[in-house]
Design a protein around this ligand. Structure first.
Ligand code: GLC
Length: 580
């Protein structure tokens, strides 16, 4: 595979920086362009009596931008001292448009000392390509083996991007979105097989040649990844982030660009393609998302289904109605959204009532009248789920396919279901109730469990293939991931339960910085720093910042949340399934 580097170097983004002969990134973002806004924002924050406190202001108050020039990374282009000037003089607080409203910015509380520290770490993780910031590396750990943690992962960059957007720094996000789009255009091959055009990379890396003073890029679409699985989530996150950028900045020109419109369509072409499927859900290989190792999530994992749903809804808001072929495409999106929401809300949903009905299922039913449509054998229900299921609460289970229900809890999919409104408002409330009821299990001493419960013994051997990284209560197998804090917080804000998020954040604040911002924690309660966890893991840092900013300024929620579409309310009543 020979990446088209010549084509890449012709990108306007890079060309601009070369034309200007300025290898210096005017950090943070476009201070000059926004100079008029700065005065307006200052004026607003003086006069706005709203008690809502902007976390961006808090972050700025702890002076991340006034802190010493971020340590330059190995990969980035050397900067001149003028950059430091630009950094020091840049606006520490900028207006951010969120949900059409300007966020109030009032410094009325003492920010947590971790906020300043987190911003410093986040800035040090920035990766530059030809002088422009294009993303953040996965981890800045100098001790653990690097593997691919020195790359920019698409999914990992999402919380970084949100933090930057919430702080009014949109350039890095725009650059990232454009860069990922260029990479999508590469020819992607694994051995002799060519991947679909729409596939987005899991990660990319900037290679800096200090002698020739050139930067080049390599990307990984799964052909180098452990397990060789393509990241199905990357394209969805890209679409979701493009909408977040548009909502946050009010700048529609990026999403309207023909290249972006094409990028969206290529992703959709991949996942709306017709095949032999009998379900509207997306069939996936194991390890195709955040859980990127064999963990028995093959089939129809909840994480992908929720992201798919959200990406479809986000794409709908950005695709130009009048463009040729878009009318049909939008109709296909609508149809799929309807079918998907019906399927998910009915067949993936589990609460006490539903569990009881599955427990009493008859099997071997044939024809349309079948209640137990997928022929799930009640004996396959694991014992733990009967104790785990509270009387009040419910959740979307991990996977549903013929004769197989994976009852495990996965936080990411459930939170994205809330944010995208794939969950009805009742279901969203029930998910939050369940988290509240099962706090010890799902939050424990370090938020948050990626999945619950862990698989062990024979099951672990069969399902993971003896994976020593995914032993019980570690890593993807019941490990605790601080990055998930932002998703929980967003779900809490959406469902009006900020106190829950506050509690989880306070829990994290007791250890996260002291422990060096680990990637994940191990143990039933998340008490131990993960066996192979990287330190200074960027998304643990960014996830914390986003959680803080969301809580302090709930208007940011509009970037990552979509209201319920009432037309989609096609929930099958339970009695229907009982009486047929
Ligand atoms: C691990 C995680 C994956 C993440 C990557 C970089 O592989 O499983 O979700 O994107 O590390 O942090």
């Amino acid at each position: 595979m020979a990446p088209d580097l010549l084509a890449l170097s012709a990108l306007s983004l890079e060309a601009d920086s070369l034309r200007n002969g300025d290898p210096c990134y005017p950090l943070p973002s476009d201070s000059s362009k926004n100079a008029p806004n700065k005065a307006a924002a200052a004026e607003r924050s003086r006069s706005d009596p709203s008690p809502v406190v902007g976390a961006a202001a808090a972050a700025a108050a702890s002076s991340p931008l006034l802190s010493p020039r971020p340590t330059l990374m190995r990969l980035e282009t050397v900067k001149s001292s003028e950059c430091l000037e630009a950094l020091m003089l840049s606006p520490s607080v900028r207006s951010t448009v969120s949900g059409g409203l300007f966020s109030p910015r009032i410094h009325s509380f003492e920010p947590h000392p971790m906020i300043g520290e987190a911003w410093e770490h986040l800035r040090r993780s920035i990766v530059y390509f030809r002088g422009n910031p294009v993303g953040t590396i996965a981890a800045n750990d100098s001790v653990e083996e690097v593997l691919n943690y020195n790359q920019v992962f698409v999914r990992d960059f999402v919380p970084s991007a949100l933090a930057f957007l919430m702080n009014g720094e949109s350039d890095i996000v725009k650059n990232f979105l454009l860069k990922a789009l260029r990479l999508q255009a590469w020819e992607k091959r694994i051995d002799n097989f060519t991947l679909g055009q729409g596939a987005m990379p899991a990660s990319f890396k900037v290679l800096h040649d200090p002698v020739r003073r050139t930067d080049t890029m390599v990307a990984d679409f799964g052909e180098s990844a452990i397990g060789r699985v393509a990241p199905v989530d990357s394209g969805f996150w890209w679409i979701i982030l493009l909408r977040a950028y548009t909502r946050s900045t009010g700048d529609h020109s990026l999403a309207d660009m023909p290249d972006c419109q094409r990028g969206i369509k290529l992703i959709l072409t991949l996942c709306l393609a017709e095949g032999f499927d009998t379900f509207p859900t997306l069939l996936c290989a194991d390890g195709c998302c955040m859980v990127d190792r064999r963990m028995g999530i093959y089939g129809y994992p909840i994480e992908i289904q929720a992201l798919f749903f959200m990406a479809l809804r986000c794409a709908k808001t950005m695709l130009k109605q009048e463009a040729p072929g878009n009318k049909e495409l939008l109709e296909r999106i609508d149809k799929r959204l309807n079918a998907l929401s019906y399927h998910m809300r009915n067949y993936f949903w589990l609460d006490h009532h539903q569990l009881n009905s599955i427990y009493r299922y008859k099997t071997e039913e044939y024809s349309h009248t079948a209640v137990n449509k997928f022929n799930v054998i009640p004996e396959s229900i694991p014992d733990w789920v009967f104790d785990f299921m509270p009387m009040r609460g419910g959740y979307f289970i991990g996977n549903v396919s013929p004769a197989r229900m994976d009852f495990r809890w996965f936080l990411l999919g459930n939170c994205v279901a809330i944010l995208s409104s794939m969950a009805t408002s009742e279901q969203a409330e029930a998910i939050m109730d369940l988290i509240e009821e099962r706090w010890e299990d799902l939050v424990g001493e370090m938020p948050l469990k990626i999945s619950y419960p862990a698989i062990e013994g024979h099951e672990w051997r069969i399902v993971t293939g003896f994976d020593p990284k995914n032993t019980r209560w570690s890593y993807h197998n019941g490990g605790s991931w601080p990055v998930l804090l932002w998703l929980l917080t967003a779900a809490c804000v959406k469902t009006g339960r900020p106190q829950m998020a506050r509690r989880a954040i306070e829990q994290a604040e007791q250890r996260l910085s002291l422990d060096g911002w680990p990637e994940y924690y191990d143990g039933k309660l998340g008490r131990y720093i993960g066996k192979q966890a990287r330190k200074l893991q960027t998304w643990s840092i960014a996830g914390y910042l986003v959680a803080k900013m969301l809580l302090e300024d709930p208007t940011h929620l509009g970037m990552v949340s979509l209201d319920e579409d009432r037309n989609m309310k096609t929930l099958m009543t339970r009695s229907a399934s009982w009486t047929v």
